[in-house]
Design a protein around this ligand. Structure first.
Ligand code: ATR
Length: 288
């Protein structure tokens, strides 16, 4: 039940209609008996400023922002959390006096997803496939969790080098290097923890993977894909076929949402049984 006192939250994105966030947040609110409504807002880039000002004027408790607003929203905020600043992108806005404060819950969402899968990042040699927005959050997480090394493989090598330089500077250690994806055969022999962050393999292109070569997959013992549509990507299938373990993107989506929900409702954590129920509900929704 939504009362006159309900907290109102939502998602600003373009497009917005395929998002699972409204389902997820309203599920948490319903299961936890929290008077909160979460709605989709279709916001075009040219209207972002008015949308953020309007959200404040309408007394919204918080909003998520996603494609294409994660960077563009930053100058419109009252301030930004240190980790979001390092990632260079914001996905969660929390109402404060005079405006919204920006957070990035993608990096902690991925961290929790990897941790719950029983994967330890500390001391590992990692491959980061992709160098776009999603890669930045993953790069920050890997650096923050103490990866021994991160090799960024990207179609355009320039972006891989740029991301590596940024992260080395931020963490004050030279642990990240960049490489063209096409040169993957030149990688040193390692057992890699690989994080796939490109859009390759995302619905409706579920039969694609960033690399097809099975020899590449035999060097990966854990492969994490941030894509959640389809639930099992071709990248994950190739990792598993080569004997490795694969983790899909649904948990990252779930945990970034939980962290946002907890920022808007600091009085309580989402209990584990509700997290499990939400995962089942979202998986079912994706399979529809
Ligand atoms: P996002 O915010 O989702 O990460 P993005 O910033 O546009 O989106 O980044 C998309 C990533 O997918 C990039 O790493 C991109 O490689 P380039 O930097 O070379 O463009 C990668 N990508 C997209 N299509 C690809 C393809 N067909 N093959 C390999 N990489 C691809």
């Amino acid at each position: 039940m939504i009362s006159g006192k309900a907290k109102v939250c939502g998602l600003m994105a373009c497009p917005v209609e395929h998002s699972l966030s409204p389902l997820m947040h309203n599920f948490f609110a319903g299961e936890m008996g929290i008077d909160l409504a979460y709605v989709p807002f279709l916001v075009k880039s040219e209207n972002l400023k008015e949308a953020v000002l309007g959200a404040y004027a309408l007394n919204l408790t918080g909003v998520n922002v996603t494609v294409p607003h994660k960077q563009a929203v930053i100058p419109l905020l009252a301030g930004i959390d240190e980790a979001a600043e390092a990632v260079g992108a914001v996905n969660t806005l929390v109402r404060v006096e005079g405006g919204f404060w920006g957070y990035n819950t993608d990096a902690p969402g991925l961290k929790r997803a990897v941790k719950e899968a029983g994967v330890q990042v500390r001391g590992r040699d990692c491959l980061l496939i992709g160098a776009g927005g999603a890669a930045k959050a993953a790069a920050f997480m890997l650096g923050d969790e103490g990866a021994a090394s991160v090799t960024v493989l990207n179609r355009s090598a320039d972006r891989a080098w740029q991301l590596s330089e940024e992260m080395n500077r931020h963490f004050g250690r030279t642990f990240m290097t960049g490489m063209a994806l096409a040169d993957y055969e030149k990688l040193p022999a390692r057992r890699w923890l690989a994080v796939q962050t490109t859009s390759v393999g995302m619905y409706p292109h579920g039969d694609e993977a960033p690399v097809e070569d099975r020899a590449f997959y035999r060097t990966i013992d854990i492969g994490v894909d941030v894509i959640y549509t389809p639930a099992r990507t071709r990248f994950m299938a190739l990792v598993e076929e080569a004997g490795g373990r694969a983790v899909g993107g649904l948990d990252m989506l779930l945990y970034q949402g939980i962290q946002a929900f907890e920022l808007w409702n600091p009085e309580g954590k989402v209990p584990p049984e509700i997290v499990d129920k939400a995962r089942v509900m979202m998986r079912r929704e994706l399979e529809r």
